[in-house]
Ligand binder design. Structure first.
Ligand code: TRP
Ligand code: ZN
Length: 468
């Protein structure tokens, strides 16, 4: 791998010298080349190689064939993007697989690989501002990411009857090449072919009836709203389905592995009811459908896959359904620009659990806050500042619990009316966009007319228990 990469670099350097030629004056080849190479990372300080620089993806079209028995994935990814700078070469993120060919705007491109970086050199360099299409043909047995920091494995995980696909934070690269960082969102089309009798569940809506030819069924799904790569899914297996609409009219699809048949109706009904309720609290549901999927893979976790939260091997209760559905606003419609701001996803989704309990009358947000606050001064959540999620321990309990406490402290400081206006305005002003903590603090200050620096500093950034 390394030697091909070096050869490619040497070739590119040579080509750039030829391109500069004697007539092009004083510009030094190395400089001109580096100005035209897309960075191998998108610029997240804590995940320097995640995502890529130099271009912006607008659409992924993923054509996948998957055979559970052999765990083999055959893929053709067609990626539409815009060059943000001139590009002689740029990177995609991809882990594993044999890549058999890449074209850019229909012309064969050269490429090389090193770790999770796939470097593509188009036959003709791309001009700044150019729209371009990359097509990558690949196949192999997906290799999920194992036990990274405090997570189990994640990515495209083969199961006995299919695959469990949950990719946060950077596991999309285990099943398709792309710009694998939430700062670059795009729309998606999926065309997934599996053995007859097996169901493939991706994001958004089915664009037609599944078609069966020669014992293989093709499912076509479209997610028409911008989505981060980690929220994309193509969960495959035997599933029982229930489809319809929520009481407020949002499309609703619940799917469960046959082992969880008894959970289907409750999942469908509770997901519908909670989606509608969040619509009244956070503003209109941002996507075209809601629902949930329970697979029999014992991940022990759930992920808020866009339009189809995925529950790994357990019957989800109200708390976790409320959590994953709140993420459709906070995390999915609004995505973080960098991972250290993860409390904007997890703190909000955890606070939503408290709001749901309050709505149901089973508890109050304040009582739940007090329970957390009563933890001893030596409890690890007081050491870990949730406003700066750490790359080796991204999903620390503090990001969830102390993140939620931060919102409760804000609510206490500005009052219910302004607090809920902040939540709705936040979701509305940044719908389908990317956000930072600074922007949230600025909004809370704008709507409340209060100086809130010390509140947010104590709750989000200090390694000790705030005083109340
Ligand atoms: N975002 C998930 C939640 O809190 C947790 C999570 C993080 C996760 N990484 C994951 C779940 C990877 C599945 C796979 O709801
Ligand atoms: Zn969450």
């Amino acid at each position: 791998m390394r030697s091909t990469n070096r050869q490619a670099a040497a070739l590119a350097a040579l080509l750039s010298m030829i391109a500069c030629g004697p007539s092009s004056g004083a510009a030094r080849p190395a400089e001109r080349l580096s100005a035209q190479v897309g960075a191998p990372g998108i610029g997240d300080p804590d995940f320097p190689l995640d995502g890529n620089g130099g271009y912006d993806v607008s659409h992924y079209s993923l054509k996948l064939g998957y055979t559970p028995s052999g765990k083999r994935l055959d893929g053709v990814a067609t990626i539409k993007a815009t060059a943000k700078q001139a590009l002689k070469r740029f990177n995609l993120d991809l882990k594993g697989f044999e890549v058999s060919g890449i074209s850019v705007d229909g012309a064969a491109a050269t490429f090389s690989r090193e770790e999770h970086e796939l470097t593509v050199a188009p036959a003709t360099p791309l001009r700044q501002g150019a729209a371009f299409t990359v097509k990558v043909t690949y196949s192999g047995v997906p290799e999920p990411i194992q036990n990274s920091s405090n997570l189990g494995s994640y990515g495209f995980i083969p199961t006995p009857d299919g695959a469990f696909v949950a990719c946060e934070p950077n596991g999309a690269k285990t099943w398709f090449p792309g710009n694998d960082h939430p700062a670059d969102k795009a729309t998606f089309d999926f065309e997934i072919t599996v053995p007859e009798g097996v169901t493939a569940l991706a994001n958004g809506e089915l664009t037609g009836k599944p078609e069966t030819v020669d014992g293989r069924t093709t499912f076509r799904w479209r997610e028409a709203h911008p989505m981060t790569t980690y929220l994309a899914t193509a969960t495959v297996g035997k599933f029982q389905l229930r489809q319809g609409r929520t009481p407020d009219g949002i499309r609703n699809l619940a799917a469960v592995d046959p082992k969880f048949n008894d959970s289907l109706d409750r999942l469908y009904e509770v997901s519908g009811e909670i989606t509608d309720y969040w619509g009244t609290v956070f503003g209109p549901y941002p996507f075209s459908s809601t629902g949930g999927v329970v697979d029999d893979f014992s991940a022990g976790y759930a992920l808020e896959n866009q339009t189809k939260p995925l529950y790994g091997g357990f019957d989800p209760d109200d708390d976790i359904i409320a959590h994953e559905l709140a993420h459709q606003w906070f995390g999915n419609s609004l995505s973080i620009k960098r991972w250290r701001d993860l409390w904007l996803n997890e703190g909000f989704a955890t606070y939503a659990e408290w709001l749901w309990a309050e709505h149901e009358g089973t508890n109050t947000a304040d009582a739940l806050f007090q329970t957390f606050y009563a933890r001893q001064a030596t409890d690890p959540i007081w050491k870990y500042p949730p406003g700066r999620a750490q790359p080796g321990d991204l999903f620390n309990e503090s990001v969830y619990g102390r993140g939620a406490m931060t919102l409760h402290a804000l609510r206490e400081a500005i009052g219910d009316e302004t607090f809920f206006k902040v939540l709705k305005t936040w979701a509305g002003e940044h719908q389908y966009g990317t956000v930072t903590t600074e922007e949230f603090v600025a909004l809370a200050e704008r709507l409340s007319g209060k100086q809130l620096d010390s509140l947010f500093d104590a709750w989000l950034f200090q390694p000790r228990r705030p005083t109340i």
